[in-house]
Ligand binder design. Sequence first.
Ligand SMILES: Nc1nc2c(ncn2[C@@H]2O[C@H](COP(=O)(O)OP(=O)(O)O)[C@@H](O)[C@H]2O)c(=O)[nH]1
Ligand SMILES: [Mg+2]
Length: 379
Amino acid sequence: MEPTRTREQQHGLADLSSFAHELVEELEVDSWPGAESYREHVNVIDTLACEKDQLVVVGCGNAGKSSFCNQLLGEKLWPVTKCCLGLPLCEACYGSERFFSAGASNTEEFSFYAIEGIASAPEVASDMAGTSSTTEGEGLAPQQQEQEEGPEPLWHVQLPSPLLEPGIVLVDTPGFDGKVECRKAIENYLFSAPRLSEVVVVYLIDANRGISWPDRDFFQLLLQPGCGQVALQMILLLNKCDGRSTCNDEEEDQRMECPRILAEIESELSKYSITQVLPLSLKEARQGVPEALQELAVIEAKIDGALAALKSERIKLGKGQLADLIRKIGDTLEAEHDKHRQLLRVARRLDEATCNRPSWTEMRPEGRSSSGGPAQAAG
Ligand SMILES: Nc1nc2c(ncn2[C@@H]2O[C@H](COP(=O)(O)OP(=O)(O)O)[C@@H](O)[C@H]2O)c(=O)[nH]1
Ligand SMILES: [Mg+2]
């Protein structure tokens, strides 16, 4: 997926930041009294331009979250299996070089570590880099990662993907119906306060399974005060709208059933203020089925739009900061200009006073009777 709008907006944010820098450097604002207050605006603009937007994929285990992330990235990054793996939160963000690390979500530093029984992290990284093929049900998956006390575990990958380039972090999550700790980790990740306005949630429901209690629990969470923003930006998908159930051998035509399931889910979810559920079949999209590709294109455009809405908000804030900075600089320059005008007025008065002043010879008492000097010479 190539997020066209988001990329343009990211360039817009970068332009705002370089304009603010040029402005303060050109005017040498750093040498002005109270320079920090101007710099503060520039720093806020820089932060707005650097901050990342999270695209977080949530749903029950086996709904197709990792498959969806891989589809968006255009490569098989995260493991896809029929059984639930109990992986930690998996972040992918932009980096010109591929890099894998594992660590805690709330620390800056990530350290490589060995994933027991599978591979050391650098090997995993090279596997992710595509040097070995990862087929379904094998590869990167540790059997069951031991949860330690303390910060949530997190896998983090950097890769040169067009989707991630405009400051997007794509987050694959463990099943929301899984272990309590997994569920808590997702909640913490999503609902930690400063992130709320920077998150787009894509929620996947498995069409074979329909809506289940963990799904309802998640939507219920969004009704909490302060979560409205996430709810607004949520994109709900009904995956596996294709022929075969992966859970049993019944070969019912799921695609025929889809409109009915969609209508049922939409009517139930209206109480959570969710109005739209989009059909998807990653399997058929991979097979190149035109209808599935069309549905996927609609979803990708929707994701681009939702991310663009976050960026627009940031551009608005950045423009506001720039306007404040320009106003502040203008006020200072105007004050300087006033001082300068005052100085000119004083100088003019001084000038006039100097011109009208009698010459020094006239000012001297004896000069009045003198017959020589500048006054006489002039006369
Ligand atoms: N039939 C069908 N199977 C799918 C589809 N998307 C994913 N799957 C399968 O569902 C299983 C779980 O997928 P995965 O992405 O690992 O799910 P996750 O646990 O939500 O990350 C795998 O066997 C996938 O091949 C789909 O659109 N249709
Ligand atoms: Mg998964």
